[in-house]
Design a binder for this molecule. Structure first.
Ligand code: SP5
Ligand code: ZN
Length: 341
C-alpha cells in the first residue's frame, strides 16, 4: 500500500497545551507520532511517495476563506500585537455574546473566535504543517481516483475535529473532509471515522450532504472529548438525513464488541454504495492510549484492516489521532497488512 508523506508536519510542534486547566508538556499531538508510523510502514516494505502541491480550491470547497486566512496570517498578527510565541485563546466565541455574529477586531482575540478549545496551540510553523497535511490527503485521494485500490496518507496534524469555520481538538484543516468532497467528482463517498474521538468537524461539514455518508465508531461522548457531539441520535438533516451514523461505544469496549460494531457500520456503508471510502484512521482506540476510552488489543488492528478490505471499495486511509507512541507503528502496519493482503 503506497504511503504519502511530507516532512513539513515537523513545523507544528507546540511546547505545551492546556487540558482542563493543566499545562501539558510535551503535547500529545507531536512529530514523533508520525515518525513512528512512517518508520514502521517503511520497515514493513510499503513504498513512500511525496505529496504534490495543490492549489486552494479543494480546501475552500470545505473551509471558510476567513478561517484559512486566519490560520495563515493570524499568528503573525498576534505576534505583532504583542502575543507570545504560543497562541492559545483566552476568550471564546459564545452564541449569546455579541449576538454570536460580531467578529473581534483585535488579533489577540481572534483565536477565540476560530478555535473551540485550549488544547490546540498554534506556533509560527503550524499553518505550513496543516496546509501540507491537506496536500498529503489530496495526493493520496488522487492516487485512488487514478485506480490504486488503497493508499495511506500520513497526515499530521489530524483533521476530523475541524469544521468549515472552526478548528480545535489538535486539528487545523479537515483533510479527510477536503479529500472526501474532492472525491465526490467520481460519485458518492463514505467517510468512515475510526478515531476514538467523534469527528464532529467531518460530521458537521457533511450534515446536510446526501453525497457523503459519515459513519463513526468512537468512545461515548458522555465521557470523552469532544463531549458535545457523536450521540446515536445524530443522523444528519435535510437532504442528508440518514447519511450520518454514530456508534458510540462504552468506555472499555474490547476487540470483539468493537469488531461487531464495525460490522454494523460496514453494513451501512455497503447500503450507501459509495464509489470511494475515506477512512479517518485514529489509532487512539488502544487500551494503552493516554487520552482514549476504549480497550483494543494489538490483535484488533489486523481484523480492522481485513474488514476494510472485505468492503472491496477504493480506500483512502488518512491518519488522525493516536497517542500511545509505541503502539502506533504496529497498529498502522497491522491495518495495512489486512487492507493490502
Ligand atoms: C484528533 C484527536 O485525537 N484529537 C483529540 C483531542 C483531545 N483533546 C482533549 C485532550 C484531553 C486530555 N485529557 C487528559 C486525560 C488524561 N488521563
Ligand atoms: Zn482522537
Amino acid at each position: 500500500v503506497p504511503v504519502v508523506v511530507d516532512d513539513t508536519h515537523h513545523r507544528h510542534d507546540p511546547p505545551f497545551e492546556l487540558n482542563a486547566g493543566r499545562a501539558v508538556s510535551p503535547v500529545w499531538e507531536r512529530p514523533a507520532r508520525l515518525e513512528a508510523i512512517g518508520d514502521a510502514l517503511a520497515a514493513a516494505g510499503h513504498p513512500r511517495l511525496p505529496a504534490s502541491a495543490w492549489d486552494d480550491a479543494p480546501l475552500l470547497a470545505v473551509h471558510d476563506p476567513d478561517l484559512v486566512a486566519f490560520l495563515r496570517d493570524g499568528h503573525a498578527a498576534w505576534r505583532a500585537a504583542g502575543g507570545p510565541p504560543v497562541m492559545i485563546a483566552d476568550t471564546f466565541r459564545h452564541p449569546r455574546m455579541g449576538g454570536g455574529g460580531r467578529r473581534p477586531t483585535s488579533p489577540l482575540a481572534e483565536p477565540g473566535w476560530w478555535c473551540f478549545d485550549t488544547a490546540t496551540p498554534l506556533v509560527e510553523g503550524s499553518f505550513a504543517a496543516g496546509r501540507a497535511a491537506v496536500d498529503v490527503a489530496l495526493s493520496a485521494a488522487a492516487l485512488v481516483a487514478e485506480g490504486a485500490p488503497a493508499v495511506y496518507g500520513l497526515t499530521r496534524p489530524p483533521g476530523h475535529h475541524a469544521g468549515a469555520d472552526y478548528f480545535g481538538g489538535f486539528c487545523l484543516f479537515n483533510h479527510a473532509a477536503v479529500a472526501a468532497r474532492w472525491l465526490t467528482a467520481a460519485g458518492r463517498v463514505t467517510v468512515l471515522d475510526l478515531d476514538v474521538h467523534h469527528g464532529n468537524g467531518t460530521q458537521d461539514v457533511f450534515w446536510e450532504d446526501p453525497q457523503v455518508q459519515y459513519v463513526s465508531l468512537h468512545g461515548d461522548p458522555a465521557e470523552l472529548f469532544p463531549y458535545l457531539t457523536g450521540f446515536a441520535d445524530e443522523r444528519g438533516a435535510g437532504r442528508g438525513r440518514g447519511t450520518t451514523l454514530n456508534l458510540p461505544l462504552p468506555t472499555g469496549t474490547d476487540d470483539d464488541a468493537y469488531l461487531e460494531a464495525l460490522r454494523l457500520a460496514l453494513e451501512a456503508v455497503d447500503a450507501f454504495d459509495p464509489a470511494t471510502v475515506v477512512v479517518s484512521l485514529g489509532l487512539d482506540t488502544t487500551a494503552e492510549d493516554p487520552i482514549g476510552s476504549l480497550s483494543l488489543s494489538a490483535d484488533a488492528f489486523a481484523r480492522i484492516g481485513a474488514a476494510l478490505a472485505a468492503l472491496g471499495r477504493p480506500t483512502v486511509v488518512l491518519q488522525e489521532g493516536g497517542y500511545a507512541i509505541d503502539r502506533l507503528g504496529p497498529s498502522a502496519v497491522a491495518v495495512l497488512a489486512g487492507l493490502g493482503g
